[in-house]
Every structure is written in C-alpha cells, then in structure tokens.
Design a protein around this ligand. Structure first.
Ligand SMILES: [Zn+2]
Length: 60
C-alpha cells in the first residue's frame, strides 16, 4: 500500500465543518492529516467556541 510521498508540506483545507458543541456548521480552515488507513482528515478549530473540528475528506 505504498502511497508514495511521505514528506509533504502541510496541506490546508477550508470549508464547512460540523461543530458538535455549537451543533451547527462552521466555516473554518484547518490542516489536512492522513491517518494510517489512508483517509484524509481536516482538522480545525471552531471560530466560535474553540472546539476541535474534524472532517473526513475521503481517501487520498
Ligand atoms: Zn463551535
């Protein structure tokens, strides 16, 4: 399962995240992380309540 490039620059993603604390969608910009299953996740912080936001972006 070699996906190649390991040392990539931090990628950012901006868009809608669902904040579980506000129970609303929030526009935010966050960093893209890839987990060990190869699923891309965006991580950001809610601009209103500072809760960590996660959004699954899908397979790389
Ligand atoms: Zn929030």
């Amino acid at each position: 399962m070699g996906l190649g490039k390991e040392a990539v620059m931090a990628e950012t993603w901006s868009g809608e995240f669902y904040c579980v604390k506000c129970k609303e969608k929030r526009e935010a910009e966050g960093e893209v992380k890839v987990n060990d299953k190869g699923t891309r996740m965006a991580k950001a912080v809610c601009p209103v309540c500072s809760t960590n936001l996660n959004r699954i972006l899908g397979k790389a």
